[in-house]
Design a protein around this ligand. Structure first.
Ligand code: 3HC
Length: 318
């Protein structure tokens, strides 16, 4: 069949699967642009998980109790596993770990803006769990229904652990808010710093999001950036009331007509500064990631040598 007709048959089959809400699997034909945007989003998601280990990892040796240390270690280990699932999902699209690593280190690929903020106090472990993982839950649960099979299956596993991440953060803040005046001040000061950056995690406003429309047509994105941001704020306010913490947003109020909370304008210039690499900790995070990769070279070499040795008998026999 002439190339043009063959392609239209393949495109028709791809669109039929998307329209029928069925999964696209690695073996299925897919438009190059679909593959490219998935590699972009999944690899950046994976980078976010791995870089996200740093702000919390910095507090493992300084956790206030053995229980808190154990919980934080478990959470950081979970994030490493999330990165592994997601890098593996991205590899089914034809990219590889070295390429994705180079894209991160050279700044060609992003990681989530939220992880370019510093964590000066223990309360930040609470704010990250409650706000960042809470936002991640709002953003990631719909991704369990993403049209690309390996990504959706990875997200299903990841989402099972995110609720533990969010709960342990909420519990840290609740404990501090039931503590001394100094502990309460530390918790409130931390939430003041993390509230707006957590809302920015959902991406720019819909009318400034170049990828959303196509991603929603391809059922990669199920909801828009603004819809998920609103869902997060609606979830957050009652929880802040339980904590006894006033969120740092004077425009935050229930809007009976909309059935949602109105909230204040975000400072998108700060968001763009962070994306441009001028956040509080961008260079620290990337250089730390580079060093970890270099320090781990011997593990990769040993694993490769072992795999070669395992394959060697077949080579000799063939
Ligand atoms: N941080 C960094 N870059 C961001 C961003 C953020 N918070 N939000 C948007 N961007 C970038 C996008 O990557 C895009 O740039 P690119 O085209 O160069 O990749 C640009 O800003 C425009 O944004 P769009 O809305 O058009 O881009 P998307 O359609 O990709 O939407 C997204 C952005 C909502 C983050 C989407 O990519 C997504 O849902 N990704 C998967 C989830 C994810 O990556 N979450 C990050 C946090 S992971 C996490 O929280 C782990 C948890 O365990 C703590």
């Amino acid at each position: 069949m002439p190339e043009a007709q063959t392609t239209s048959a393949e495109e028709r089959e791809f669109q039929r699967l998307i329209d029928a809400d069925q999964r696209i699997e690695p073996r299925d034909w897919m438009p190059e642009a679909y593959r490219k945007t998935l590699v972009r989003q999944i690899s950046q998601h994976a980078h976010s998980e791995i870089i996200g280990m740093q702000p919390e990892g910095n507090w493992i040796s300084r956790a206030p109790s053995l229980k808190r240390k154990a919980i934080l270690m478990a959470k950081v280990q979970d994030e490493a596993g999330h990165g592994l699932y997601l890098y593996s999902a991205a590899q089914t699209l034809g990219t590889d770990r070295d390429t994705m690593f180079d894209q991160l280190i050279t700044g060609k690929a992003r990681y989530s803006s939220i992880f370019s903020y510093l964590t000066p106090t223990w309360a930040d472990m609470g704010s990250i769990g409650w706000l960042v993982d809470g936002a991640a839950i709002c953003n990631q649960v719909p991704l369990c229904r993403v049209s690309y099979g390996p990504y959706g299956r990875a997200m299903t596993r990841i989402c099972k652990e995110e609720s533990f991440h969010q709960r342990q953060g909420f519990e840290i803040l609740l404990q501090l808010m039931r503590g001394s005046a100094a502990q309460q001040r530390m918790a409130k000061e931390s939430v003041d710093r993390w509230y707006a950056p957590a809302l920015m995690m959902f991406g720019p406003p819909d009318d400034e999001s170049p990828n959303s429309r196509q991603s929603m047509d391809w059922k990669i994105k199920r909801f828009s950036n603004d819809d998920l941001r609103q869902r997060f704020v609606d979830m957050l306010v009652p929880q802040a009331e339980v904590l006894g913490i006033t969120l740092p947003d004077p425009d935050l109020r229930w809007n009976e007509e909309r059935g949602h909370y109105d909230f204040g304008e975000l400072d998108w210039s700060e968001f763009h500064e962070v994306l441009a690499g001028r956040g509080q900790a961008n260079s620290v995070r990337v250089s730390r990631r580079r060093r970890a990769h270099e320090d781990g070279a011997w593990v990769r070499e040993a694993a490769r040598a072992y795999a070669d040795a395992q394959a060697a008998p077949e080579r000799i026999a063939s």
